[in-house]
Design a protein around this ligand. Structure first.
Ligand code: GLU
Length: 325
């Protein structure tokens, strides 16, 4: 009797996570807590974590914002694997890659031109989208020939936007929030002002950088179906997604940069040590008892998503105590 050959143990491809902050303002406690969880997830699986600065929306980039983000991440001990010999990956330097992706999508007839202004869309009788996303696109230009759309845009004294041809139903399983099904809309890939949209840039970059795991705030859950559909069209394996609940202010509001929420720098400026802040953020996620002083590195060994709270928390910016929202 011959001995059967050993069954090879499947080797899971190495985890590649990423931090993808936008330098539109200083890092607040919510951004920092999500970055900590993304970093811990990748490191605890022996994976790599890449830093990509999402400065694609140039008019919103804060002067010195990129450097401030890098300094804050370093102060928190969230050290990333450098992509290009020490220089961060900047979306603003990757526009040619987004153009290539637009060309590939156009060849597949996955795009169409659109001359609608925001005011046109506001007037259209359709249900509004989630608060930040504006009205749902009613399909006005979907079936028009592109010369007609260009002509209409020219008459209105502007350029046409490029939209993704949506309509697909996408299912994905979120690592914390479970199974989701989303109907993909005709979202914008390149704006009328010529800037590439976040949805396009994020998918192209995650794909080309070999990102296998996306950990981010659950305000981006509603974008995930679009991004999975886009990744598939571009021939990228969609990454695993884990959306973490947001940190809320004591008044119960989401921490958004426009509301000037407490930043990592505000906390450090009061003389709080990085170990205290890391401990407070980890405690707010359920990873250690309140009052623990620790470092990101020390948290790696015991990190598990099963321990992470699935509900929004409030972190008091002064005491750094947290409680369920
Ligand atoms: N740049 C985005 C932000 O700072 C995150 C994008 C993403 O994680 O997909 O909110």
């Amino acid at each position: 009797m011959s001995i059967p050959p050993p069954v090879p143990t499947p080797v899971s491809p190495a985890v590649v996570g990423r931090l993808a902050p936008s330098p539109t303002g200083l890092m607040h406690l919510g951004n920092a807590r999500t970055a900590l969880l993304a970093w811990l997830s990748a490191r605890s699986q022996g994976g790599r974590i890449l830093l990509r600065i999402e400065d694609i929306d140039t008019p919103r980039v804060a002067p010195g914002g990129t450097r401030a983000l890098q300094e804050d991440l370093a102060a928190l001990g969230l050290i990333c694997d450098e992509m290009d010999a020490g220089s961060p990956c900047l979306q603003s330097q990757r526009r040619h890659l987004y153009d290539d992706a637009l060309t590939a999508l156009a060849r597949q007839q996955q795009t169409f031109l659109c001359s609608c202004s925001r005011a046109d869309l506001m007037r259209a009788p359709s249900a509004p989208h989630a608060a930040d996303e504006g009205p749902r696109y009613p399909g006005t230009c979907r079936d028009k020939a592109w010369p007609q759309v260009l002509q209409e845009a020219k008459q209105a004294g502007k350029s046409a936007a490029v939209r993704f041809r949506g309509g697909q139903n996408v299912r994905f399983v979120d690592g914390l929030l479970g199974e989701h099904e989303q109907l993909v809309d005709d979202f914008v890939l390149r704006r009328a002002d010529g800037l590439h949209a976040y949805q396009l840039a994020v998918v192209v970059d995650d794909g080309l950088m070999g990102v296998t795991e996306v950990v981010r705030g659950d305000d981006l859950l509603s974008s995930t179906g679009r991004q999975v559909a886009l990744a598939r069209c571009l021939g990228f394996a969609p990454p695993a997604h884990i959306h973490v609940p947001l940190v809320l202010s004591p008044a119960g509001e989401r921490l958004a940069k426009r509301n000037r929420p407490p930043t990592v720098r505000d906390v450090f400026a009061r003389g709080v040590a990085a170990e205290t802040l890391i401990g407070a953020m980890a405690a707010s996620a359920g990873l250690c008892p309140p009052g623990t002083r620790t470092t990101a590195n020390e948290l790696v060994a015991d990190f598990a998503w099963t321990k992470v709270r699935r509900t929004p928390v409030v972190i008091d910016p002064i005491t750094l105590q947290s409680y369920q929202a």
